[in-house]
Structures are given as structure tokens and as C-alpha cells.
Ligand binder design. Structure first.
Ligand SMILES: C[S@@+](CC[C@H](N)C(=O)[O-])C[C@H]1O[C@@H](n2cnc3c(N)ncnc32)[C@H](O)[C@@H]1O
Length: 211
């Protein structure tokens, strides 16, 4: 299911990463649906945040689950550095560790261990081979663990808008619910649910079934 969309490289330059950090710091709104979805899941003690970005979301996760150990995995060294600084500033570095690395990289994943909750917000549409990456993440779930992937959802009317703003490009690069269902068909020992969230969001829940 290849998507031919040029995504903005905001995460790979300091100006773009800092702008993203400022926007996510001041806006609770963009995380509201993510946290609503999370509320329905028992998180456990070990949480992995994939595509963690510059820190505000990861810090909120750590604050919400006040005893959990949180690992933030982020591919962009610039984002990861901002994230580390943000977490330190919030006094959370005792429980939150930032790792710079690609979630598609088995060597990185093998160094992490198992998680009760693996979550990701607004990152899935940036993954090159999402099925493979999700299968690899699935192996990190503890028995009865849950993966929650919240992302943008492509909508047909976007193709009628001729603008190439970064936000619109990100939505264009995202998946429909049907595409995600097809993509995740037959994931072993898992209960998969994909929901459509307004206005152009979707949520994937993957629950590990016991062996
Ligand atoms: C739109 S940002 C979302 C950041 C944060 N989750 C939030 O909601 O504010 C997407 C992030 O995913 C990261 N990312 C994309 N592909 C990744 C991968 N394969 N492994 C780890 N991080 C990735 C990007 O560098 C970027 O920081």
C-alpha cells in the first residue's frame, strides 16, 4: 500500500522540530482523543511511546501513569534531544528514558524488553513498512499487553483541495480504516480493532492474546 506523498521533514531540522515542540506543548486539544482512548486501557508498569517526538506527549503519559516506567523511542536525533531536555525540565528523567532509534530496527527493539502498553500518536503515517513495524512491536507486548496506535485518517475530499500545507500532506499520507484493516490482517495471537474517529483520525488497538 505505498503512498506517494512528500512528507515535510520538520523532524529533521532544528527549526521544524522546535516549532512542533512549541505547538504540542501549548495544545492539549491535539492529544485529547489519544488520552480518551488510553483511558479504556489498563496501562501496566512498562510503557513504550513510539515516535515520541519532542517530549510534551511523553511527559503527559508519564504524568498520567505516575508509577510507570516509560521508554520514548524517536528516530530523529533532534527530536530526541529536545525530548530528553523536556523530560529533564519536567523532573521526569527518573522514570522516562529517551532512546534515539528507528522503530523498524530489530537491533533497537531487541534492546528494549517487554511492555504492557505500546502507544504511538501521529507517527504511523510516517512509517515506511507499517505492517512489518507493527509486527515487530507486537513481539514486545507482554502477555495481555495492548498496543494503541492513534493517527490521522485519510479522507476522500482532501484530494479536491489543491493546497500542500504540511498538515494536509500528513493527512494525505495517512491511511483509511479499510487500508489499516487490510494491512493488519492475520496478526498472530492478537485481537485487532480499528476505529474511525472524527474529523480525520483513527485508532488501532491490538491486544495480545495469551499463548
Ligand atoms: C508527528 S510526530 C508525533 C510526535 C508525538 N508522538 C506527538 O504526538 O506529539 C511523529 C514522530 O514520529 C517520529 N518517527 C517517524 N518514524 C519513526 C520511526 N520509524 N521510528 C521512531 N520514530 C519515528 C518522527 O521523527 C516524529 O518525531
Amino acid at each position: 500500500m505505498p503512498r506517494k506523498v512528500d512528507l515535510p521533514d520538520y523532524a529533521w531540522n532544528e527549526e521544524g522540530a522546535k516549532r512542533y515542540a512549541r505547538e504540542s506543548e501549548k495544545s492539549d486539544m491535539q492529544f485529547r482523543v489519544f488520552f480518551d482512548k488510553l483511558a479504556a486501557i489498563s496501562a501496566g508498569d512498562r510503557i513504550l511511546d513510539v515516535g515520541a517526538g519532542p517530549g510534551p506527549l511523553t511527559a503527559r503519559i508519564a504524568e498520567r501513569y505516575a508509577t510507570a516506567e516509560v521508554t520514548a523511542l524517536e528516530i530523529s536525533p533532534i527530536m530526541a534531544q529536545l525530548g530528553k531536555e523536556y523530560i529533564e525540565g519536567k523532573g521526569l528523567s527518573g522514570r522516562v528514558r529517551y532512546i534515539t532509534g528507528d522503530a523498524a530496527d530489530n537491533t533497537v527493539l531487541d534492546s528494549l524488553g517487554r511492555y504492557d502498553l505500546i502507544c504511538s500518536n501521529f507517527s504511523l503515517h510516517e512509517w515506511d513498512n507499517p505492517r512489518e513495524l507493527i509486527l515487530r512491536l507486537r513481539r514486545l507486548l507482554s502477555s495481555n499487553g495492548t498496543m494503541l496506535l492513534h493517527d490521522l485518517r485519510r479522507v476522500p475530499w482532501l484530494s479536491w483541495i489543491p493546497l500542500r500545507m504540511p498538515m494536509l500532506q500528513a493527512v494525505r499520507a495517512s491511511y483509511t480504516v479499510e487500508e489499516i484493516r487490510e494491512l493488519l490482517y492475520g496478526i498472530p495471537q492478537s485481537q485487532v480493532n480499528v476505529s474511525k474517529d472524527p474529523p480525520f483520525l483513527l485508532t488501532v488497538t491490538i491486544r495480545a492474546l495469551e499463548d
